[in-house]
Write a protein that binds this ligand. Structure first.
Ligand code: THU
Length: 138
């Protein structure tokens, strides 16, 4: 996996954030098992609750294209006027969406400030004891 390429794609996607209410811009880049990168940004709404996070935008684009297996996601977020980014961790809802499609031990989550500066976690670190499809199997 090319971490820098994935982070660059997240930073580019962040530029397309539609966030007139929070002015908090997030971009995500999701790497499928087959090596395709799907990007996403947060998309806000005047009614607030229909807002979709960058991570879920990327997942839903990928799944709606027929991709169900993923290696990693890079996330870059921060206020629109921020000169430097701090780490932006995925919300609980997005972690649960990851749990639906990703192996919690091997799926990698890259929280990026820049192409060079990022921290990496496994899904199971950010969602311990997560409930997923395997819990519904006998
Ligand atoms: N947001 C994301 O897109 N991803 C995250 O990981 C955290 C939060 C968005 C939702 C909302 O548009 C804005 O950031 C402020 O919460």
């Amino acid at each position: 996996m090319n971490e820098k390429e994935l982070i660059r794609a997240a930073l580019e996607a962040r530029k397309r954030s539609y966030s007139p209410y929070s002015k908090f811009q997030v971009g995500a880049a999701l790497l499928t098992a087959s090596g395709i990168i799907y990007t996403g940004c947060n998309i806000e709404n005047a009614a607030y609750s229909p807002t979709n996070c960058a991570e879920r935008t990327a997942f839903f684009k990928a799944v709606s294209d027929g991709n169900y297996k993923f290696q990693a996601i890079a996330i870059a977020g921060g206020p629109e006027d921020a000169e430097t980014l701090t780490l932006c961790a995925p919300c609980g809802v997005c972690r649960q969406v990851m749990m639906e499609f990703c192996n919690p031990k091997t799926f990698r989550i890259l929280l990026a400030k820049s192409e060079e500066d990022y921290e990496e976690f496994a899904l199971e670190e950010l969602l311990p004891l997560g409930f997923g499809p395997n819990n519904l199997k006998e």
